[in-house]
Design a protein around this ligand. Sequence first.
Ligand code: 5GP
Length: 195
Amino acid sequence: MSRYVEVVDAEALRERAAQLGEAIAADYGARRPLVVAVLKGAVPFLIDLTRHLPPDIEIDFLSLTRFGTQGRVGIALDVSVPVAGRDVLVVEDIVDTGLTLATLRRIFTARGARSVRTVALLDKRPRRIVDVPVEYRGFEVGDEFLLGYGLDWQGRYRNLPSIWAVMDFPAFRDDPKTFDALVFPTAARSQRSRP
Ligand code: 5GP
């Protein structure tokens, strides 16, 4: 079996983002959601998704940090506007254990948001620890480590246009250049020819 599998290609990502955007636009109707993307992984999805939302939505960002092994989550960068009375739509790259999302929902609810919903591009449902609602989901995925379209390893690969599954993580960690050559063949060639 191949070490790396492209699990969702760029066209499927764009198509699914469009479908989700249209469903969300229809559900919210005349309400004007505060769309909050979780940095950094949700950025490519946010861009494709919001092209299919009405032009009067508001977009904001939030970044989280994790402490220790218990998965405790803190805010590194907060949203820049008050959320009281707002219909908050959280945009996530992937929901795994659900700890991040559960914390976010708690924070926005405690601040008096009128409603909190989530759109997650990917859902690793079998790995859930906290039962948290995901109102809109793009794709259900297995428990392989995924890269690309916002998902990183050590800050890299977020800019890949599609999503890849790493089938043998230790082999990837020991030799990421094999993956680089597969997904960025031009970059790998130009690096080899550099003096
Ligand atoms: P949760 O709190 O649901 O366990 O974690 C969600 C976060 O874990 C995501 O926002 C993402 O940063 C990270 N994550 C979960 N699964 C993967 C994966 O397969 N690949 C990458 N790169 N990050 C992941």
